[in-house]
Design a protein. Structure first.
Length: 134
């Protein structure tokens, strides 16, 4: 396999991996809205998020994630996914300060994913495998 093919496959696998994580988190908003509302309250300090607003957020997220997965308008979709995950990562700062308390260690998995999001954004022009725009 030549170098360009290796880069294409690697970037596609990063894109697919990030999509899977973000997609499941978005599905949580549809399947367990009460959990998602609690997440918004605890981490983003949004106390009065209604189920209707949450549904709207989830629909927008799904559309962005589908665009991200298929490589549509990469600067916009990859950038938005990076911002979403960056906000999520940094809003969990309290968990990083006490990593060995009740499951907080799992929050550290956000950092390699943030690195993947940054990598995909920076190398979006090289990410050409299974995209609709090259």
């Amino acid at each position: 396999m030549d170098k360009n093919k290796k880069i294409s496959v690697s970037l596609f696998l990063l894109r697919l991996g990030v999509f899977v994580v973000m997609f499941v988190w978005t599905l949580d908003k549809f399947i367990r809205p009460e959990h998602a509302i609690n997440v918004f309250k605890h981490f983003y300090f949004l106390d009065s998020l209604s189920p209707t607003v949450l549904l709207g957020i989830a629909i927008v997220e799904i559309l962005i994630l589908i665009g991200f997965l298929i490589g549509f308008r990469k600067k916009l979709t990859y950038g938005t996914v990076l911002v979403f995950h960056g906000i999520s990562t940094f809003s969990s700062y309290k968990q990083y300060l006490s990593p060995f308390d009740k499951g907080n260690l799992l929050f550290f998995a956000a950092w390699p994913m943030l690195a993947a999001c940054i990598t995909l954004y920076l190398l979006r022009d090289l990410d050409d495998l299974y995209v609709i725009s090259r």
